[in-house]
Design a protein around this ligand. Structure first.
Ligand code: GLA
Length: 673
């Protein structure tokens, strides 16, 4: 992607928000900080097209030449995420409508309807002209389409687009009525023309209608992205084209987008006030690597200190900001960029941090940026390196959408929360993981985790069974495999399609009482955790059909019924959890599963139940490098398999790596020089 650049370092650069004389200082300071990559033009539509049809490219010519003259590569953005006010005034139908029927106004950003043909024409026209002018400009090394696609529109044009999406999907209204179960509450449709988006309604809305609207909305945004991507290519651009994802962003199914970007790019704003931020962020980074099929990805935006959009914005120390960047590099990022280069003096983001703060270059933040720029230059050996993982963790957007519908046994069961809890156990042990999409081939993994997949379709169930038969160890969490792709409940004892695999079946799901329900470990479970454990949130009334019972409910509505089971299936094993387990018990189960499957950590050591890495220490192997990142507040020491040396300091580390709080080491075998 950026071979000659090494790792990219830089951020969003918005020169149109500053007078011309500031640009020279910007570029001088960028060079000083080691910035080699900036994203230009994201918010510049009204500067380029101040009145309809006019084009003002002179300033951009100058900016690109200036950057190029200083060896700074440009990721050139199409400015289509924020149309000029005149577009909404002349064509109100380009403005989005929310679920309450309110048409949103200009004056902020993102005020466009992805379904609006007029918006799409105007966005395409400016994209064509931009790409025509700069396709071969030597500064331009990447194209950035729009920004953080995520708008959802419920207006009349969206209704029309939704209907044609449904027509293409179902073919006939009878098929739609069947899939949506419209006989319930008298919702039968006589024609597609009667269907509207799930707008504000008196009571609960048909869950299948909502699920399809989610799918449609994600596809509609993808269509907008594709319009512009194709126009850039048609103009002769040969650079990679991408847009910026937003981690586990609810409204867009990135699995269905991933094939359309040349490089996966992501914006990450972990809350420095959250104690779980390091592992939650690692999970997002593993998702980004997985979306790209293991290829390096780009951290397109992050904050060097505080953001300004939380209610209470905790800043990062320069040391913490450095850890965030190295964490991304450890997990496959080929560059770390920030929002933004120069802190805004106007507009709603005045208090959002930037590499160059209001106070200027004589600041800890800017000095931190300079240090980071220098450190990243030492990472040449890491460029292009891959992270390999023997553990897969299943996650799908439609299942997430459907699994968090209203009116379910417990609204306290949140897909992402469970995913994060399960992942945290891997993270604490320094075990690498890939996020996998349902339907993918799974037999290459030693372990596959299914924390909460409410929808499991037949191809996914087959892949899980096939992999297990071939030797993979699978762990399935509660309330998984419940429904089909239209969120209709599968009939029979659950998990219907996995029943044979897990050797256990159930007949009822229920929210568990607020007081955690005790679980009794079976006497013949050798590896039973001595601390026992409890269940909360959701439980299931289960009976075994061949599986061994490891723990039972010892109270609550399911007292005496199995809660944790293990089944042999061909050469592999399938564990089933009939409840949300307490943290310690979940850790014990997953550690035991990893140990049984022979999974090793980043240091090549076996997973030892109850014996994770020192608190806060993250260990990741990428290509030849072992990244050790101490997110904790205590020093951490760890035994290395061989003598290594630190790419950052050139110091040799003989067997014991010692990391003060908030520090990182990037170790390679032998000597660095
Ligand atoms: C997003 C946007 C940026 C900026 C940042 C602030 O990532 O893409 O333009 O608004 O948020 O955190």
């Amino acid at each position: 992607m950026t071979d000659e650049l090494g790792l990219c370092f830089g951020g969003d650069y918005n020169p149109e928000q500053w007078p011309r004389e500031v640009w020279t200082e910007d570029v001088d300071l960028m060079v000083r900080a080691g910035v080699n990559f900036v994203t230009v033009g994201v918010w510049s539509w009204s500067t380029i097209e101040p009145v309809p049809g006019k084009r003002e490219f002179g300033w951009l010519d100058e900016v690109l030449d200036l950057l190029h003259g200083s060896g700074i590569a440009v990721d050139l953005a199409t400015p289509t995420a924020s149309p000029p006010p005149w577009l909404g005034i002349r064509h109100p139908e380009t403005l989005p409508v929310n679920r309450d029927g309110v048409r949103l106004a200009a004056g902020s950003r993102n005020h466009y309807s992805p379904a609006s043909a007029v918006y799409r024409e105007h966005a395409l026209a400016i994209t064509r002209d931009l790409a025509g002018r700069y396709a071969t400009h030597p500064a331009v090394r990447m194209w950035h389409v729009g920004n953080e696609y995520g708008e959802v529109d419920y207006g009349d044009e969206a209704a029309r687009e939704f209907r044609s999406w449904l027509r293409a999907k179902y073919g006939s209204i009878a098929a739609l009525n069947e899939a949506w179960g419209t006989a319930v509450w008298s919702q039968g449709y006589a024609s597609f023309d009667e269907i509207v988006p799930p707008r504000a309604a008196p009571y609960l809305i048909n869950p299948a209608q909502k699920l399809d609207f989610k799918r449609y909305s994600s596809d509609q945004l993808l269509a907008c992205y594709r319009d512009q991507r194709d126009a850039i290519r048609a103009a002769g651009a040969t650079q990679p084209i991408t847009t910026n994802f937003m981690g586990f962003f609810h409204h867009v199914d990135y699995w269905s987008w991933a094939g359309d970007v040349d490089v996966v790019a992501d914006d990450q704003y972990p809350d420095p006030a959250s104690p779980d931020a390091p592992s939650d962020t690692a999970l997002v980074q593993d998702l980004m690597r997985s979306l790209g099929g293991g290829r390096p990805w780009l951290l397109m935006e992050q904050a060097i200190s505080a953001v300004s959009w939380r209610e209470h914005n905790v800043p990062k120390s320069p040391a913490d900001a450095r850890l965030n960047s190295f964490q991304a590099v450890a997990r496959g990022a080929e560059g770390v960029c920030y929002f933004q280069w120069r802190q805004a003096r106007s507009g709603p983001e005045r208090f959002h941090s930037a590499l160059l703060p209001h106070a200027g270059a004589d600041t800890d933040v800017f000095r931190g940026a300079e240090l980071l720029g220098a450190d990243l230059k030492r990472m040449r050996q890491v460029v292009g390196g891959r992270v390999t993982a023997r553990v897969g963790i299943l996650f799908d957007w439609p299942s997430w959408w459907a699994g968090e519908e209203d009116a379910v046994p417990s609204a306290r069961l949140r897909t992402l929360e469970q995913l994060r809890r399960w992942y945290r156990v891997l993270w604490r042990h320094g075990v690498a993981a890939e996020v996998v999409r349902s339907g993918s081939e799974l037999s290459g993994y030693d372990v596959v985790l299914v924390p909460h997949s409410y929808v499991i379709e037949p191809d996914s169930a087959d892949a899980l069974s096939r992999a297990t038969a071939a030797g993979t160890l699978v762990v399935v969490g509660p309330f998984s495999g419940v429904a089909d792709a239209s969120t209709n409940i599968l009939q029979g004892r659950f998990p219907v399609l996995l029943r044979h695999l897990v050797g256990v079946s159930g007949e009822e799901w229920g929210g568990l009482p607020d007081q955690p329900t005790p679980l009794a470990m079976e006497a013949d479970w050798d590896a039973a955790p001595s601390g026992g454990g409890t269940a909360t949130v959701i439980g299931e009334r289960l009976r075994t059909e061949g599986a061994e019972v490891l723990a039972r409910f010892a109270g609550g509505p399911y007292a005496g019924h199995p809660a944790i089971t293990r089944n042999t299936h061909g050469a592999g094993t399938a564990w089933y959890l009939g409840a949300v387990l307490s943290d310690d018990l979940l850790a014990a189960v997953l550690e035991e599963a990893l140990r049984e499957a022979g999974v090793t950590n980043a240091l090549g050591a076996s997973v030892l139940p109850g014996n994770p890495l020192p608190d806060g220490l993250e260990a990741v192997r990428r290509g030849p490098a072992l990244f050790l990142i101490n997110h904790g507040h205590e020093s951490a020491r760890i035994q290395l398999p061989v003598p290594m040396s630190d790419l950052l300091t050139n110091e040799e580390v003989d067997r014991i790596a010692a990391l003060p709080p908030r520090t990182v080491q990037v170790l390679i075998e032998g000597r660095t020089t």
